[in-house]
Design a binder for this molecule. Sequence first.
Ligand SMILES: [Zn+2]
Ligand SMILES: [Zn+2]
Length: 283
Amino acid sequence: MIDSHSHTFYSKHAIGTVDELVRASIKAGVKILTITDHAPFAVDANNRLLVCELDRYFADIERAQKAYQGEITILRGLEFDYMPNSDTYNRALLAQYELDFVIGSIHYVEVPGEPMVKVWELPRLAAQAFLDRYFADLQALLESGLFDAVGHADTLLRGVDADVVQRRFEPLLPLFARNGVAYELNASGIRKSSLDAGSGREVHGVWSYPSLSLLPQLIEHQATFTVGSDTHDPRDAGAGIGEMLATLKPLGLQTISYYERRRRIDVPVNTLLCSVPATDGLT
Ligand SMILES: [Zn+2]
Ligand SMILES: [Zn+2]
């Protein structure tokens, strides 16, 4: 199994050391793990790596690479925040570190005349003004030339109707292949809450994202795909990835990619679905 999106305590709102995440991932059957803690960023800086922690973060990863060699491949990643004015800052940070994989994600959206929207503020996501900004930002992210993949682009499905998201996405479908940015299939949508359209209440146990209806269209537009658990706790290592791939394969998903030294490596989904099941409960 491949997991290309994972967090440790370095992200502050996540728990577990690099070593604990790696051990849990091995147990969950992950063979290729990319650790992608939140890169330092001025907005919500206390929920991100600090610049002064980066060397320690990469040293922890290097130590784990050596300690678990032969058991699991561990890759160096970061999840960057994308905002319209963040390119210069992100480019400078990227120039300083050799990474295997770089995710660009939208977590914060500036809507004129309103307090900044966070993408987990579910009741705010369906507003036209927010959606206008979000999709403008997403287009700019795809065209920025900075990122290998966009993280959880469809997380809006937690609070917005699928057909609204679908319509907004249509003009962006060709941009993934054109700009060489992979679309992340993020399994955290399987365990995160979403808004029930009828009651307006948050409910659990509903598959909100990744979008099942966008996938065939993305495939048609030659998009490539990465997969990630987006775990923020070693107990969620690799969570949902097997289930997600088994669900998406009949929709036409044939290939998953991961990145080493920023170069894309494609793996047939079939080989992932045939891998040895997790050893959880056997030990
Ligand atoms: Zn996070
Ligand atoms: Zn994220």
